[in-house]
Design a protein. Structure first.
Length: 294
């Protein structure tokens, strides 16, 4: 990892708690220009003040967005571009798609999508598209999406991909984490992506975070609290995520799935080219995007 990231610019979602906050601290500590993203305006302001005070050598600013809604993801893309112009930053060195959610009950967003599918897959897919010109303008750039070991032993249910007819919260989560790796692999297969712009999927491991404690039934919260006791700290996990966004030596690596700064074989299905193309096309339709290589 570079000793300093003074001339580097990064966007980090889910940057107000857990792995995201730990990653934000690591980037700020190395003098990066950081645009953090969070859902709560109050919490974003609080973390921004903390990082600026603790790491005065870094430039830190935050944007507020509810990533479950595509209209807010698109607005976030515009807000980030405005921030870049304000700070006279011409390109983006890295986008870290870290934000994620877990919902026990089926929850449908106001735009008609299952919540986990909207936040964990469609939001990073769309935000990456919105920021693609800034990433392509960089000498070398990265898109890092935080997946999970939960993606193993899973396949996408193409006939009911949002599980509307038979919702299972764990399967819904596993599908989104598989989609993260499929998206990463397909992104790198797109023309012109192999060198200048690379995508990686990060396996954070079992982490001691509060994600499963939010707005879920008491039993689900109890199970999550029990399970997370065996997890590593967010700081330990964040080091592997930041490594993927900043380590120069892996720019040309053909490995896409990493854990603790080391490559790891993903679910074989995640490397299936037909599945990758199909997911890409479906995601474009769900995000109402024009078809094409980007």
């Amino acid at each position: 990892m570079d000793a300093t990231l003074k001339d580097k610019t990064f966007v980090l979602t889910g940057a107000t708690s857990g792995i995201g906050l730990a990653a934000a601290r690591l980037l700020a500590e190395q003098s990066a220009f950081l645009i953090g993203v969070g859902r709560s305006a109050e919490r974003c302001a609080e973390v921004e003040r903390e990082l600026r005070s603790t790491y005065p050598q870094a430039q830190v600013t935050y944007c507020v967005a509810d990533l479950s809604l595509q209209k807010q993801v698109r607005k976030l893309g515009a807000d980030i571009q405005a921030k870049m112009a304000e700070y006279q930053r011409k390109y983006l060195d890295g986008l870290i798609n870290n934000a994620g959610t877990f919902t026990y009950w089926m929850t449908i967003t106001s735009e008609g999508f299952e919540m986990q599918w909207a936040v964990n897959h469609l939001a990073p897919f769309l935000l990456t598209h919105e920021l693609l010109p800034l990433l392509q303008a960089a000498p070398a750039a990265r898109v890092v999406t935080v997946s999970s070991g939960s993606h193993y032993h899973t396949r996408l249910k193409w006939n009911d991909i949002q599980l509307r007819h038979a919702y299972n919260c764990l399967l819904a989560y596993k599908q989104t984490k598989l989609a993260n790796v499929l998206f990463t692999a397909e992104f790198n297969r797109r023309p012109g992506r192999q060198s200048k712009l690379r995508a990686f999927a990060a396996d954070p491991g079992l982490v001691y975070t509060d994600m499963g404690l939010k707005a879920n039934p008491r039993l689900a919260r109890w199970i999550w609290a029990l399970r997370r006791r065996a997890g590593v700290t967010p700081e330990q996990s964040a080091r592997g995520v930041v490594y993927l966004a900043t380590e120069p030596s892996i720019q040309y690596s053909s490995e896409i799935y990493w854990k603790d700064c080391h490559p790891k074989a993903p679910n074989r299905y995640a490397l299936d080219e037909k599945a990758g193309r199909s997911l890409w096309d479906l995601s474009e339709q769900m995000c109402v995007m024009d078809s094409g290589d980007d």
